[in-house]
Write a protein that binds this ligand. Structure first.
Ligand SMILES: Nc1ncnc2c1ncn2[C@@H]1O[C@H](COP(=O)(O)OP(=O)(O)OP(=O)(O)O)[C@@H](O)[C@H]1O
Ligand SMILES: [Mg+2]
Length: 270
């Protein structure tokens, strides 16, 4: 998966519960239905939940690749046609802490997937800790999700700030989720833009506004995806528009590599 052909996108947030995992799952499903091969990397340490949205339960994660007992097939879960899931398990800092041999062991096995995927969607936990930072800096593109809650705005800013100052990230795409209308989404985006413009030298882009709707929330309660259970819902349509936009603009410039932590760039001497 990890070659230049794969576009890697992290979906992240400062505040929890904004809709990252559901968006990753819906985007992944839609892109895969359009014939793209998609791998979802579940980087959330807590309860893995993307598998549940597809009626599955993931048992293994990348750290299991260190054991002789398991191979890449054991850690890769097929969610549906063209759509696969892999769990990051116990966090990237742990992977960073492995010795060169152990890293090579993981990298070699991950490399078996090389070239197989068009997209790698990385679902991160919320916050600004090291794990979140590494997941984001290993992605080619960073999508920050925020909602109209005031704390979500300040936490999104805090995340962007730390990714800029610590990881030297400059480009962020913004998804305003759970908004009442496109107009409200733009307004929310502009609030974030204003504070970022004032204090940080970065590039922000509003990439989507997704309405808060009952069908979306109901889908979660039923352990389903809104794209399946209510494809006509506004939020489902807006997810499709977002996915089309992503595939439409293609790969931008000289992106960072896919999941550098696996490839070991600057981190491991193999
Ligand atoms: N557009 C929307 N309309 C209605 N409900 C939404 C919308 N987006 C997300 N939600 C709801 O918000 C809740 C949190 O969603 P989700 O678990 O995807 O967020 P998350 O950001 O991954 O959370 P965490 O930070 O805990 O990982 C779910 O109940 C989901 O249905
Ligand atoms: Mg989540």
């Amino acid at each position: 998966m990890l070659n230049k052909k794969t576009r890697s996108i992290s979906i992240t947030s400062g505040k929890g519960g904004v809709g990252k995992s559901s968006l990753v799952a819906n985007l992944g499903l839609y892109l895969s239905r359009k014939g793209k091969k998609v791998l979802i990397f579940d980087g959330d340490l807590g309860m893995a939940n993307i598998d549940i949205m597809f009626g599955q339960k993931v048992q293994r994660n990348v750290m299991d690749l260190l054991s002789d007992q398991y191979s890449i097939d054991d850690v890769l879960t097929r969610l549906s046609q063209n759509l696969y899931l892999i769990s990051g398990g116990s966090a990237l800092p742990e992977i960073q802490g492995l010795n060169a041999y152990q890293k090579k062991c993981i990298i070699d096995q991950m490399s078996e997937l090389e070239g197989l995927f068009d997209y790698l969607l990385i679902d991160t936990p919320p916050g600004i800790d090291e794990n979140v930072r590494l997941l984001n800096s290993s992605a080619g593109e960073i999508f920050v999700v925020l909602t109209p809650e005031p704390a979500s705005l300040t936490d999104a800013y805090a995340l962007i700030k730390v990714l800029h100052l610590v990881q030297k990230e400059k480009n962020f795409k913004i998804i305003c989720n759970q908004v009442r209308s496109e107009k409200d989404g733009i307004r929310l985006y502009e609030m974030l833009q204003k504070v970022c413009d004032q204090f940080l030298n970065i590039n922000l882009e509003h990439i989507a506004s997704i309405q808060r709707d009952q069908a979306f929330a109901q889908a979660t309660r039923n352990q389903e995806l809104v794209l399946n259970s209510a494809p006509e819902a506004p939020s489902a349509e807006q997810v499709r528009v977002l996915a089309d936009k992503i595939s439409g603009y293609g790969r931008l410039g000289n992106l960072k590599g896919s999941m550098q932590f696996f490839m070991g760039v600057n981190q491991v001497d193999l």
